[in-house]
Design a protein around this ligand. Structure first.
Ligand SMILES: Nc1nc2c(c(=O)[nH]1)N[C@@H](CN(C=O)c1ccc(C(=O)N[C@@H](CCC(=O)O)C(=O)O)cc1)CN2
Length: 284
């Protein structure tokens, strides 16, 4: 068996095409949605992701607001830019690209954001709303994973899902989305303290690998027919992306998301969804 590809590029393109029409409708009502980004430092990966976000904006008609600070920026300097975007009426929503340089209090920066402008769904108020089952912008990568599973008809209801990783952008919020009544999955969260990862993986109908550990998920640990989503990013000596999932898993899994070309483009598409939804709320 060779796994069906969960094509994030194609799915993101379909989402962007729908958003293009919605942005055009907003513009007819006099509203141009605007996405702001705050990028601190010169990490090449972060620069690439932010550039991609603005390319996407141009594609669907969303205005771009870009703020860049050097790696030496102080907490106060970053906070000043957060306050500026909180007040900017042209900015419908914005993100602070993570991770921030060492020494910066990331949580304090996120807390300072206006939760109504939180395009990433990572403000503590919005994560709290998710816990409480209240409407909130959803974190982009977990929502991208869910959208991909739904588009390809992977059964989520009642599925045994293993999430590997506990980072703030995916590992922490992913189980919150999956265990909502609308999804009804059963979730096990694994991490570096998990004693027998292999035993958990072998039982999973869906594996979401977000550990950032190259080829951590091996074919012998995957149940035949399982859906495997590769969210991990490590780099080879040549600078190429190496995911968390070993290439041999394709021969065992029922569905697999490539990396690159799987969850990454979905993260970007869901960010645009959050901005357009915020703009639509503003016109009622
Ligand atoms: N504020 C945030 N910071 C970070 C987030 C986030 O959701 N919000 N997630 C990641 C990085 N990220 C978005 O910012 C992101 C990662 C990957 C991609 C992507 O399209 N990847 C491509 C490959 C790109 C390449 O060649 O390097 C793919 O998978 O096909 C987009 C966004 C951490 N920080």
């Amino acid at each position: 068996m060779t796994a069906q590809i969960l094509d994030g590029k194609a799915t993101a393109a379909a989402i962007k095409s729908d958003l293009t029409a919605r942005v055009a409708a907003l513009k007819e009502k006099g509203v141009t949605p605007g996405l702001g980004t705050i990028l601190v430092g010169d990490d090449p990966g972060s620069q690439k992701y932010v550039a991609g976000k603005h390319r996407d904006c141009a594609e669907v008609g969303i205005a771009s607001i870009q703020r860049e600070l050097p790696a030496t920026a102080t907490q106060e300097e970053i906070e000043a830019v957060v306050r500026e975007l909180n007040e900017d009426p042209a900015c419908t929503g914005y993100i602070v690209q993570l991770p921030l340089p060492k020494g910066i209090d990331e949580n304090r920066i996120l807390e300072l954001m206006d939760p109504a402008k939180d395009a990433d769904g990572l403000h503590p108020m919005n994560l709290g709303r998710l816990v409480l089952n209240e409407p909130a912008p959803l974190p982009c990568t977990p929502n991208g994973v869910l959208t991909l599973l739904r588009r390809y008809g992977v059964e989520i209801k009642g599925a045994e899902v293993v999430v590997v990783g506990r980072g703030v952008t995916i590992g922490r919020p992913m189980p919150l989305l999956l265990t909502r009544r609308s999804e009804n999955a059963t979730v096990t969260q694994c991490h570096t303290g998990t004693k027998d990862l292999s035993a958990h993986l072998k039982r999973a109908d869906i594996i979401i690998a977000a550990a950032g550990s190259a080829h951590l998920i091996r074919a012998e640990d995957v149940k035949p027919g399982a859906a495997v989503l590769d969210v991990g990013v490590s780099r080879s000596a040549e600078g190429k992306i190496v995911g968390d999932v070993h290439p041999d898993v394709r021969e065992v899994a029922g569905f697999i998301s490539p990396n690159p070309g799987g969850v990454g483009p979905m993260t970007r598409a869901q960010l645009l969804v959050n901005v357009v939804e915020a703009a639509e709320r503003s016109v009622g």
